[in-house]
Design a protein around this ligand. Sequence first.
Ligand SMILES: Cc1cc2nc3c(=O)[nH]c(=O)nc-3n(C[C@H](O)[C@H](O)[C@H](O)COP(=O)(O)OP(=O)(O)OC[C@H]3O[C@@H](n4cnc5c(N)ncnc54)[C@H](O)[C@@H]3O)c2cc1C
Length: 314
Amino acid sequence: MQKVPRAAISGLARASILRAADSVFLRRVVRRYGMRLGAGRFVAGETLDECVVVLRRLNDAGLHANTTLLGEAIPDRDGAAAVVRAYVEVLDRLAAEKLQANVALKLTHLGLTFDEELAYENVERLVAHAGVRASFIRIDMEQSDYVEPTLRIYERLRAAGHANVGTVLQSYLYRTPADLERLLPLEPNLRIVKGAYLEPAAIAHPEKRDVDAAYLTIVRRGLEGGAYIAVATHDERIIGLVPTFAQQEGVGREEFEFQMLYGVRPALQRSLVAQRYKVLVATPYGPDWYPYLMRRLAERPANLLFFLRNLVRG
Ligand SMILES: Cc1cc2nc3c(=O)[nH]c(=O)nc-3n(C[C@H](O)[C@H](O)[C@H](O)COP(=O)(O)OP(=O)(O)OC[C@H]3O[C@@H](n4cnc5c(N)ncnc54)[C@H](O)[C@@H]3O)c2cc1C
């Protein structure tokens, strides 16, 4: 019998989990019991107060952080306005608590699904407010439909004179090397990720090894091209190669950082801090954690076992 490669099995598991994530029934069950079953491993609580405790603990361990009020695809103006108000409160609180933490947000949480202009106005308001608080906003990258509008909005913010804003590029998309070239003249602050969504082979590398290879090429080109690069991965091979790349390109430690997700590879996070690298932990919170959790489970199907074990233990 022909052996099915491991990568193919985990690719299938990833696709199945991401598809199952759309089920209304599953959403209801996981929303109801998820925090108890272990969602708290990846999510820093449902309230800002709970999140602040986690951020402080990370800072005390020498880790920087960003936080996100979880949520996406807000369907109306009032909902998006409420999210803006919540982020103003987050920025004020981070400053008042003197935390080494900034904000990462999604444009569909600010109205991008139905009105690009509204999303721009909302994020502009938050970037301006972050500027007053000497803080920074990272615009996450979402599904491929939103890449072009997200880059447009990022470019508009920079053209309007906002320097305290960065965005994200995903190495699984074929278009990303060209997007990087487009942004490089802005000396951008870019987080590079592999990509967390289910995308068709027509627009994204289906093979993990190609995604990984593209990742390294993009990071190297970004460093060489004068971008500030946030290397956002838990892939130890890639993490191990980045300092060598930086050295070869004559780039100092202050021009890149590592980023990882809250709850993923904490020992690796601490070991990089011990080697004097800047490490930022993406630490989201909020009641609407379901899609975020499902993407974390899809990235590593073994996480599903962790969840199911908690279910059996009751
Ligand atoms: C700070 C940060 C911000 C991100 N922002 C975005 C974004 O804006 N848009 C977007 O599309 N994606 C984003 N992602 C997700 C990213 O695209 C990947 O899906 C995710 O990082 C997993 O890929 P990896 O780079 O860690 O590499 P992989 O090759 O998938 O994993 C490498 C190793 O890391 C460990 N690992 C990876 N994921 C997990 C997990 N969930 N649980 C436990 N162990 C794990 C495993 O040991 C694995 O073998 C972000 C990731 C990070 C770290």
